[in-house]
Design a protein around this ligand. Structure first.
Ligand SMILES: [Zn+2]
Length: 469
C-alpha cells in the first residue's frame, strides 16, 4: 500500500466510506436515504487497496462566497462525472440546510496540473471530483436561478419561503457568504488516480453502474462513448440517454460481439469489458459491431416504439449473426428486415392474446418469457436469439448459411424440424430429434444451397439410402 504524502488528511478519512462497506451515504447523495445495491459494495471490496503515489491532499475551509466566486475556474464536468441530476427540491433542501447551519459533506476538488490547464482547458484551475451537485445548487442559487421552497420555515425569524438569493435579508446573505465549507484539494495526481478516487467516493452512493463504468478510462470507454453517439441511438430507439443508457447498451453489444454470441451482460461483466487493456478499436469485433449498427440504423430509419433496450440488444445479436454467418445482405432488400420485425411484433401480440396457452406459438412464448426476466443472462439471450432466428429463417427460407463445411446451422436444423412437423419427408414416418438428418434436397456438391428452402427432414434410414445413390 502506498502512502499519501500530506499529513492533513489520513487515508481512513477519505476512504472511510469504502472500508465501512458502503453503509454510509456520502457526498452528493447525502440527501437521499439511498439503499446500497450489491454491485456497488462488490466493487468496493474488490478494490479496497489504495493506489496513490505522489498525490497530495489538503483540507481547507472556504467561505461560501469564495466557492461561488470560483465558479468560472472550476470545471464541474470532467470526463468521468455524470450530468446534472438534482431536482429543484433537492437543490432547495441543500440551500435551506446551509442557511440553518447544517453540516454539508466535504467537496473534493482537483487542482489541475499546469500542463493540463494550458492545453486542454485553459479556463479551469480545478475540476470537481465529488460535490458537483452541491456546487451547482449553490452556484445556481447565487445566480437567482431558483428560489427556496414555498413552504420553507423562517430562519432566525426571517421569512425565506419562495425567496431567491437577492430577496434574502442582508443578515442572511452575510451569513451565507461567510459560511465555511470544507474543501479537500487534491494535487499532483494523474487522471487515473483521480478516476480511481472518484469511483471510491461514489461507492456506497446511488451512482449507477453505467456512470461508474464511464469513469474507467481506456480505449474501451472511448470506443463505447463513440458508439453511443451512433444514429441508431440518436434516431431509432425509443429509450432516452438518461444516466448513460446508450453507453450501457453499447457496452452490452460490445460484450456480445467480443464473445461472438450470447453471453452474460450484467453490470459485473461489462465492468470487466471496460477493464480490458488489450482492446483494439480497429479489431474484428469492434468493426463488425459498427457494421451491425449501420445495418440496423438503415433499416430502422425513424424512431420505432418497439425498440426498447432489451429488444435492441436482441436485434443486435440477431443481425450480428446474420451478417456474419448468413447471406442476408444478398437475400433481403432494404426494409425487409424491419418489415419482418414489425410483423413479428404484431404476431407476438396475436399469439399472446390466445386464451389457450397450449395453442400459442412456442417460440413466441419462449421469446416473451425471456424478454421479461433475467434479460441480461446468457440463457435468456440465447433463448431469445434462437426463437427470433427460427421465426426469421422460416419467413426467409432462401437465406443461406455460409458455413465452409456446408452443414445446416443448429438454428436452421431446429427450423427444418419444426417446419416439417417432425416427419421424414421421404417415408413420412415420425422421427426422433436424435435420429433426424437435415438434408440438402439438391445436394451441396451439385450446387445446392444451405438454405431452409433447400433443406428437408429425413429419417436416418432415408438419409443413408439417399447418400448411397
Ligand atoms: Zn424416412
Amino acid at each position: 500500500m502506498k502512502r499519501i504524502r500530506n499529513e492533513n488528511i489520513n487515508t481512513k478519512e477519505y476512504w472511510g466510506n469504502v472500508h465501512k462497506s458502503g453503509q454510509m451515504v456520502e457526498g452528493d447523495d447525502w440527501l437521499k436515504n439511498s439503499v446500497i445495491t450489491n454491485h456497488t459494495s462488490e466493487l468496493a471490496s474488490e478494490n479496497s487497496t489504495i493506489f496513490i503515489q505522489d498525490m497530495k491532499s489538503k483540507t481547507d475551509q472556504w467561505a461560501l462566497a469564495t466557492l461561488v466566486r470560483k465558479e468560472r475556474v472550476v470545471d464541474p464536468r470532467p470526463q468521468y462525472q455524470r450530468g446534472p441530476v438534482w431536482s429543484l427540491s433537492q437543490k432547495q433542501l441543500l440551500i435551506d440546510s446551509v442557511l440553518r447551519g447544517i453540516d454539508i459533506p466535504k467537496i473534493y476538488l482537483r487542482e489541475l496540473p499546469a500542463q493540463i490547464t494550458r492545453k486542454r482547458r485553459p479556463n479551469y484551475q480545478y475540476e470537481v471530483i465529488d460535490g458537483q451537485q452541491r456546487l451547482r445548487a449553490m452556484w445556481d442559487f447565487f445566480r437567482d436561478d431558483f428560489g427556496l421552497a414555498d413552504d420553507s420555515d423562517p430562519v432566525d425569524g426571517f421569512k425565506i419561503a419562495g425567496f431567491q438569493y437577492s430577496d434574502l435579508p442582508e443578515r442572511l446573505k452575510d451569513d451565507l457568504d461567510i459560511r465555511q465549507l470544507s474543501v479537500v484539494i487534491i494535487s499532483d495526481a494523474d487522471d487515473i488516480e483521480i478516476e480511481e478516487m472518484f469511483l471510491r467516493l461514489q461507492n456506497g452512493t446511488t451512482l449507477k453502474a453505467a456512470e461508474r463504468r464511464n469513469a474507467i478510462s481506456g480505449k474501451v470507454r472511448d470506443f463505447i462513448k463513440a458508439v453511443s453517439q451512433h444514429k441508431l441511438f440518436k434516431k431509432s430507439v425509443i429509450f432516452k440517454d438518461t444516466r448513460f443508457a446508450f453507453n450501457a447498451v453499447a457496452a452490452q453489444m460490445l460484450a456480445l460481439e467480443l464473445v461472438g454470441g450470447p453471453t452474460d451482460i450484467k453490470d459485473r461483466n461489462l465492468e470487466q469489458v471496460y477493464r480490458n487493456n488489450d482492446f483494439n478499436p480497429n479489431g474484428r469485433a469492434p468493426k463488425h459491431l459498427k457494421k451491425v449498427l449501420t445495418y440496423l440504423a438503415k433499416e430502422f430509419d425513424e424512431r420505432t416504439p418497439e425498440l426498447k433496450k432489451q429488444v435492441v440488444v436482441s436485434l443486435y445479436l440477431m443481425v450480428s449473426d446474420l451478417l456474419k454467418n448468413y447471406s442476408i445482405s444478398r437475400t433481403l432488400k432494404r426494409g425487409e428486415f424491419k418489415d419482418w420485425f414489425l410483423e413479428f411484433e404484431k404476431y407476438k401480440i396475436t399469439e399472446l392474446a390466445k386464451p389457450d396457452e397450449e395453442k400459442r406459438d412456442s417460440d413466441i412464448e419462449t421469446y416473451n418469457f425471456h424478454i421479461q426476466q433475467g434479460t441480461n443472462r446468457k440463457e435468456s439471450l440465447a433463448a431469445r436469439h434462437e426463437s427470433l432466428m427460427k421465426l426469421f429463417l422460416l419467413r426467409f427460407p432462401k437465406v443461406e448459411y455460409r458455413d465452409p463445411q456446408r452443414l445446416f446451422s443448429s438454428i436452421q436444423r431446429l427450423a427444418i424440424f419444426r417446419r416439417d412437423g417432425g416427419l421424414c419427408r421421404s417415408c413420412r414416418k415420425k422421427v426422433d430429434w436424435d435420429d433426424f438428418a437435415a438434408d440438402h434436397i439438391k445436394p451441396h456438391i451439385k450446387g445446392g444451397k444451405t438454405t431452409l428452402e433447400n433443406g428437408q427432414l429425413l429419417c436416418a434410414l432415408c438419409n443413408s439410402k439417399k447418400l448411397d445413390k
